[in-house]
Design a protein around this ligand. Structure first.
Ligand code: CMP
Length: 138
């Protein structure tokens, strides 16, 4: 499992028309897509996905934002996937993200930050299984 991570292209990036460009950047960086789903989270499902942030002040806004439009969910495979993907997307706050990172290129704010990336192998596994059943993982 250490060679896999989970990502979502968030509603802000989909609305802004960046879906294709972001997917291109991800594949160009050497990640292989092993599961892919264009879908939309209900507020209930968004709340469940971000349950670890339930006590944070931004939780309610985050749930509203993440259920505001369609998202692209994917499982990605590459050596050192979790760490390398977090490098590729950059810091949570796009203003602090390095030049050339996905968030720096496509994100508008700390909340509407274009993409999600798992922060550990364990969470990558949990998050991937939240969206995909065994037969959807190639
Ligand atoms: P993500 O990496 O998906 O994990 C949690 C999300 O909460 C984060 O991206 C942002 O979309 C959002 N978030 C994190 N910190 C803040 C913050 N300080 N204010 C608003 N939203 C935040």
């Amino acid at each position: 499992i250490s060679n896999k991570t989970f990502t979502m292209i968030k509603p802000d990036a989909v609305k802004a028309g960046h879906l294709g460009a972001i997917l291109h950047d991800i594949i160009q960086a050497g990640f292989k897509v092993t599961a892919l789903k264009f879908t939309r989270l209900s507020p209930e499902l968004a709340g469940k996905f971000y349950d670890i942030h339930r006590e944070r002040p931004f939780y309610q806004d985050l749930v509203t934002f993440m259920s505001s439009g369609p998202i692209l969910a994917a499982i990605l495979e590459k050596d050192n996937a979790v760490e390398d993907f977090r490098k590729l997307i950059g810091a949570t706050d796009p203003q602090k993200a390095e030049e050339g990172t996905i968030r720096r290129k496509y994100a508008a704010s700390i909340q509407e930050n274009a993409v999600h990336g798992s922060d550990s192998n364990e969470n990558g596994q949990i998050e991937g299984s939240f969206f995909f059943s065994e037969f959807e993982k190639v």
